[in-house]
Design a protein around this ligand. Structure first.
Ligand code: GLN
Length: 431
């Protein structure tokens, strides 16, 4: 049965994935996938928690023998020598990896268009972007190329494409999931998380990949995450900048569900949330610049500056400039201070409410190839970045559509309150 399912997905990939007019969500199919499926079918004893699940993985996560190219010419020929901790865990639970997913180059982007191997198309609106940077992961789930996918996010790269593609995306609490084996964008912010068709699958995958890892000192011990009984919930609704239609859609959804469940809606203020984007980029530029110094062409890959795209180069040059000794860390430190302020504001809001709800992305995805300026591109993440800065979990679930284009709603809860977050998300899913 597993084998049949894999074959069905492979057929779908063959038919609908091709670069150009097609979706281009998968960069590399696992050449051993049929063999591995047979091995799993033959395996004796109790089946693992992920048995029967077929998974696509973002191309910045190491899987032994596959190509974690980061969708960059830099690592075009890089064959991973080891498994990331989360991949080990997935294999231990009998999950089957179907292939490596397209993404923005080195996770720098919000549209999927910065990939060196061509943009990914949105399966629900083929002329539009799927969002990014985990563009291929979200599109693969939405297009029916796999059951589950792994993405990573620094400022929204899981939730943003999940929202545009009409699927579920989870950014866990900072420290819940090991990043050992993730090719990082910005180590102080990066987290790996699931992208799935429904909330239950996201919970399943997160429970498998989470947990303390000696190889990643930022990780914590944690109990199994479970759906909880929700009592009287107080929802915090901040007034945010977003397209009117998106705001209306989300507010109506929140009102409808709150009424049905007898929850209370409270308007809350997050005065510095508008500074999230400006706070985020200096941190990312500096940390990314530092992370890219190993791609000097001597040990592996090509020298990054020689082959990378415009957005990656912008960040390397920007990061180099900000890191110069003469600034004595002035900009980076300022950004860290601003991060603290935003984090405190969100923590303070959680003293009064159980969760914060807002649109995942403030605008609809643009048409592929449409020229949009850097600032507009960065603003796609204006509402997702706050959760990364505050280190809290957030989930995006489909909330409806505007003229056929999916719109997601995100739910933020305090650190390690994933159980509540998933339970709330399920109410939205079932509404
Ligand atoms: N779009 C944001 C950026 O370009 C977020 C990327 C991410 O979360 N990996 O940095």
């Amino acid at each position: 049965m597993l084998l049949e399912k894999v074959k069905k997905y492979l057929k779908a990939i063959e038919r609908n994935n091709k670069k150009g007019k097609k979706i281009n969500a998968i960069l590399q199919v696992n050449p051993r996938v049929l063999e591995e499926a047979r091995e799993l079918e033959r395996k004796k004893g109790k089946k693992g928690k992920l048995y029967g699940k077929i998974i696509a993985v973002k191309s910045n996560i190491n899987i032994k023998g596959l190509n974690a190219s980061c969708a960059s010419k830099t690592l075009e020929n890089y064959k991973c020598p080891y498994n990331a901790t989360i991949i080990k865990k997935i294999k231990e639970e009998d999950g089957l990896i179907i292939g490596m997913a397209n993404m923005d180059e080195f996770a720098c982007g919000s549209s999927g268009e910065t990939s060196a191997f061509g943009p990914t198309r949105n399966p629900l609106a083929l002329d539009r972007i799927p969002g990014g940077s985990s563009s291929g992961s979200a599109a693969a789930v939405a297009a029916g190329f796999c059951d589950l996918a792994l993405g990573s996010e620094t400022g929204g790269s899981i939730r943003n494409p999940a929202s545009h593609c009409g699927v579920v995306g989870v950014k866990p609490t900072y420290g819940l999931v090991s990043r050992y084996g993730l090719i990082d964008l910005s180590m102080s912010l990066d987290q790996i998380g699931p992208i799935t068709k429904n909330v239950e699958d996201a919970l399943l995958l997160l429970n498998v990949i989470k947990g303390k890892d000696e190889k990643d000192p930022t990780t914590y011990e944690s109990k199994d995450i479970k759906f909880e009984k929700l009592g009287k919930i107080k929802i915090g609704l901040p007034d945010v900048k977003a397209d009117e239609k998106i705001k209306e859609l989300i507010e109506e959804k929140v009102k409808e569900i709150s009424k049905k469940n007898n929850w209370q809606i409270m308007e809350i203020e997050l005065p510095h949330i508008d500074l999230a984007v400006q706070t985020y980029y200096p941190l990312v530029y500096v940390e990314f610049f530092s992370a890219t110094r190993r791609f000097d062409g001597r040990r592996f890959g090509k020298k990054i500056e020689d082959v990378c795209g415009e957005e990656v180069l912008r960040r390397i040059l920007g990061g180099f400039e900000i890191s110069k000794a003469e600034y004595k860390g002035k900009y980076y430190r300022k950004a860290l201070q601003a991060k603290k302020v935003i984090k405190k504001e969100i923590e303070k809001a959680f003293e009064k409410v159980d969760c914060i709800i807002m649109p995942t992305v403030p605008k609809l995805p643009h048409k592929i190839g449409e020229k949009i300026d850097v600032e507009d591109m960065y603003n796609y993440d204006a509402l997702t970045i706050p959760a990364n800065l505050a280190e809290v979990p957030s989930i995006s679930v489909p909330a409806g559509d505007i003229k056929g284009i999916p719109v997601g709603v995100q739910i933020l809860t305090p650190r390690f309150k994933e159980g509540k977050m998933f339970s709330l998300a399920r109410k939205f899913e079932n509404a």
